[in-house]
Design a protein around this ligand. Sequence first.
Ligand code: C5P
Length: 252
Amino acid sequence: MAASSMAKTEESEARERLIVALDVATAVEARWIVDELRSEVVAFKVGLQLFGSAGPSFVRELTAAGHKIFLDLKFHDIPNTVAKASVEAARLGVWMFNVHALGGGEMMRRAFDEVVAFCETEGITRPKMVAVTLLTSSDESTLQEIGISGDSESVVVRLAGLSNFSGLDGVVASAKEAIQIKRVLNEDSLIVSPGIRPNAATKDDQRRVTTPGVAITMGSTHLVVGRPILDAPDRLAATRSIISEIRSSISN
Ligand code: C5P
């Protein structure tokens, strides 16, 4: 392959690995950010705050415009409710959505099976389904507080194995656990990591943070980045710098 086309492939691979979290209050702000970053960013995450204010119609607007959307609503309820909610996520045309592994194997399996059946009937591409293991804002003291014994790493690995066994495509987990998690997942499973900080200076409320380059090296397949881009004085420059860090880690 010619050097220039190889560079282009690496560049687009790096872009595919970044998911920008649209953690803002309104569709107006989110549209502004999407427009600002659309030349660099392929995938955006819609979470609880934005979904609560802008709703499914805004998600449809983004998917119709060709953006890959990760719907981060972390479903955790009885199996029937999560399965029905998952079918609605698939109906919105999102690229990826998540459930909470703490909801258990039956909950994840039911959701997976109903989404597969729905997508087959409708002839649509099945969204990627990933499980949240432990939130990256949690650590041992949080686990202790809620009565879960064991260190966070072994809890994360156990939940990752359960989600894999339940048919899911991967997990949302800190890059710090990626090496251990990989052992209980399939070769092509996704490891979607939030808690990314370009320089370890500001952690905000995240406790287990990693730089973009280290996260890729440790095995994260996708990085979710919110505040380091949203709060940057120049969002596009912050995005480009993260993509370039991802790219150098992929090619190393
Ligand atoms: O601003 P920051 O980069 O910390 O944003 C991280 C994003 O990833 C937030 O939208 C948060 O809800 C989400 N997230 C997380 N930890 C998880 C799952 C999702 O921080 N385990």
